[in-house]
Design a protein around this ligand. Structure first.
Ligand code: OFO
Length: 168
C-alpha cells in the first residue's frame, strides 16, 4: 500500500495520460487528412506511447495493492488552425503534463513515499525528453516556414525514426 494522497494523484494521472493519447490521436487524424503524413505518423506513435503511460500507472497501482480506476475522458478538439498551432498545443500540453508529474513528486515527498518517488523518476526523465523533442519540431517548423512545409513533414519521418531507434 501507498499513502492515500499518492494513490489519488496517481489515479488522476491515469486520466491525463489517456486524455493525452486521445488528444494526439485527434491531431494525428487531422494531420493525416491534411496530407501531413510524417507528422501524422509521429502523432499516432505518441498516442500509442501515452496509452502505454496510462497502463504503467494502472499496473503500478495494482502492484502496490491500490485501486486503479478507468477514467471518463473529455472529448479532444476535432479541428486545428494550422500545423504550427497544433505543435504549439503539443508543447503546451507536455508542459502541463510535466507540471502534474512534478506535483506527484511533491506529494511523494510530503508523505514520505520513497517507493513511488523512485518509481516516478521514469516519468520525470520522460517529460524532459518529450518537451525537448517538441521544441526541436517547432524549431524545424520555423526553419521551414510556409514555403518548405513539405520538407518539414519529411523531417518528421527522421524524428520518428530516431525515436524508434532510441526506444530499441
Ligand atoms: Fe508526455 O508522456 Fe505521458 O507522461
Amino acid at each position: 500500500m501507498i499513502p492515500k494522497e499518492v494513490a489519488k494523484i496517481l489515479n488522476e494521472q491515469i486520466e491525463k495520460e489517456f486524455y493525452s493519447s486521445n488528444l494526439y490521436l485527434a491531431m494525428a487524424i487531422w494531420c493525416d487528412a491534411q496530407g501531413f503524413e510524417g507528422s501524422s505518423q509521429w502523432l499516432y506513435d505518441q498516442a500509442e506511447e501515452e496509452r502505454m503511460h496510462g497502463f504503467k500507472f494502472i499496473h503500478y497501482l495494482v502492484d502496490v495493492d491500490e485501486k486503479a480506476v478507468v477514467p471518463a475522458l473529455k472529448k479532444p478538439p476535432v479541428g486545428f488552425k494550422d500545423i504550427k498551432s497544433l505543435f504549439d498545443m503539443v508543447l503546451k500540453h507536455e508542459q502541463f503534463i510535466s507540471d502534474s508529474i512534478n506535483e506527484i513528486v511533491k506529494v511523494c515527498h510530503k508523505t514520505n513515499d520513497y517507493r513511488t518517488m523512485n518509481w516516478i523518476q521514469y516519468f520525470v526523465s520522460e517529460q524532459i525528453e518529450e518537451e525537448s523533442t517538441v521544441r526541436t519540431i517547432l524549431d524545424k517548423l520555423s526553419l521551414a516556414g510556409e514555403k518548405n512545409i513539405f520538407w518539414f513533414d519529411k523531417e518528421m519521418v527522421t524524428i520518428r525514426n530516431n525515436a524508434d531507434s532510441s526506444n530499441q
